[in-house]
Design a protein around this ligand. Structure first.
Ligand code: CS2
Length: 469
């Protein structure tokens, strides 16, 4: 079977980039060449280039694994996305990527590209755990392996913050302007969080560099949304049928696509609004809405699914009692949100129910369960704190947290940076206070919840309802 590449003749049903790729110059570095980036920022950039062509090709950087980089190289930077719904499958070739490199094997090239003044924006999707954020302080966790390494040898970075800081240091040394740093991970106030971490790391090597970044750097917040399951052989087979050639980077995704961005860029940006991106003065209400309603409910559904021996989110939604749990969760948590400009929250919840139920999307519960300790604060714990502060019981968030604990105990396994502590806590789940060992994990739960006996009793009640205590 031939491989997708520049010369491939494709069926007319496949949408192809509507611009001249040979004229596309690099203007964006994206760090984290995962499925989400390929189905989100790259699609918005393709739409922008189709409408207002300009020097905004993407240089895709993967920090560790060379695999997706090699696959992209073998396909001249091209890959397909299959948008799936009950209406059928639609295939599109994405061609917004102009160069690709793996930082672990090609550090100097990555740093040279970051130093190039043609690069105006650095976007990133590296997952919550990659930043070395200490949830207890909101600052840098100096014990995080990549953070510790990059403080020790700042000119030879390994982690996302180290690359951003060294890239900015080189721009400053060359008298160039900084690039805009646009975080696309599911963290609340993601731009502000990354700004703080970057400034802390920069200050540890050079106070003047930190001042320069604080003065000239820009770190807009953004809310990103699209459900993109990890690709499987079925994904690649489906793409092959639609394309007539093999695409090692094929991914499936849903039709829904959203990006809300603070319009605060140092030196321009692509016309992402061509793909439907919304530019807002304050993105925080959108981030909160999405993290609490979509992601928080995802975490609940994934662990309900694990407890019920179900593989996919759609399987959980197909069971009426479990789907009702998801709706109850959202209807309670919505009270912790401020009004969100332009969004009808009840309609947003209905839309989420439909998206989670999409029968063509194979989104694994285990995938969403990954790294739950890194996700709990923004998805379930902050809304719990807000609910309690508002005089509510926080029943929904307590239930969801208890479901997570019961699911860890049932699986006896979890993939998480705090795996050892989490599994040790699960092994101690008995007696009248089965969640006690989880609450004793340092820095995981905020003091407001540690002190909230009634809320913690609800967590225990949830655990006991699964006979997991
Ligand atoms: C999911 C998210 O894996 C997870 O934790 O909740 O990846 C979710 O699918 C996206 O944020 C949707 O935009």
């Amino acid at each position: 079977m031939d491989r997708l590449s520049r010369g491939t003749r494709l069926p007319s049903t496949v949408h192809q980039p509507q611009f001249d790729r040979s004229k596309l110059m690099p203007g964006i570095v994206h760090i984290g060449l995962g499925a989400f980036h390929r189905a989100h920022q790259a699609v918005f950039t393709q739409r922008a280039l189709e409408r207002d062509f300009g020097p905004f090709g993407i240089v895709a950087v993967n920090l560790r694994s060379p695999e997706p980089v090699e696959a992209l190289a073998a396909q001249d930077g091209l890959y397909s996305i299959t948008t799936r719904s009950e209406m059928g499958d639609r295939s599109e070739i994405i061609g917004a990527t102009v160069d690709w490199m793996c930082a672990a094997t090609d550090r100097d090239r990555v740093l040279a590209v970051l130093a190039d003044p043609a690069i105006r924006v650095v976007t990133m999707t590296v997952s919550e755990k990659a930043y070395g954020l200490d949830p207890a302080t909101g600052g840098l966790n100096l014990a995080h392996p990549a953070v510790a390494a990059d403080i020790k040898t700042p000119q030879a970075p390994t982690g996302v913050l180290g690359y951003i800081v060294e890239g900015l240091a080189r721009r400053r040394a060359a008298g160039a302007s900084p690039y805009t740093v646009l975080c696309c991970d599911n963290l609340p106030s993601n731009g502000r969080v990354v700004r703080r971490l970057v400034l802390e790391m920069a200050a540890l090597r050079d106070a003047a560099l930190a001042d320069w970044i604080a003065t000239y750097g820009r770190f807009p917040c953004s809310m990103v949304d699209r459900i993109v399951p990890a690709a499987t052989d079925a994904t690649r087979d489906r793409a092959e049928n639609l394309l007539g050639v093999h695409d090692a980077l094929a991914i499936d995704t849903e039709p829904f696509l959203q990006w809300v961005i603070e319009d605060d860029f140092v030196s321009g940006r692509p016309a992402w609004e061509a793909g439907g991106a919304i530019f807002a003065d304050n993105v925080e209400p959108y981030e909160k809405m999405k993290l609490r309603l979509l992601n928080g409910t995802h975490t609940l559904l994934a662990h309900l699914g694990i407890l019920a021996n179900l593989d996919y989110i759609r399987d959980v939604m197909a069971i009426p009692e479990l789907a009702a749990r998801a709706r109850t969760h959202m209807e309670e948590v919505v009270s912790t949100l401020d009004p969100v400009p332009g969004i009808d929250l009840p309609a947003y919840i209905d839309e989420l129910v439909a998206r989670f139920s999409n029968p063509t999307i194979d989104h694994r519960n285990i995938q969403i369960s990954l790294d739950t300790t890194q996700k709990l604060p923004q998805r379930l714990l902050s809304p719990a704190v807000d609910a309690l502060a508002g005089g509510e019981t926080g029943a929904a968030t307590a239930y969801a947290v208890g479901v997570w604990m019961a699911a860890v105990k049932k699986r006896g396994e979890c993939d998480d940076p705090r795996r050892h502590e989490v599994l040790a806590a699960a092994a101690k789940m008995d007696g009248p206070d089965p969640s006690a060992a989880f609450f004793a994990i340092p820095g995981l739960f905020p003091p407001e919840l540690l002190a909230a006996r009634g809320w913690r009793d609800r967590v225990n009640a949830a655990i006991q309802s699964f006979n997991a205590g």
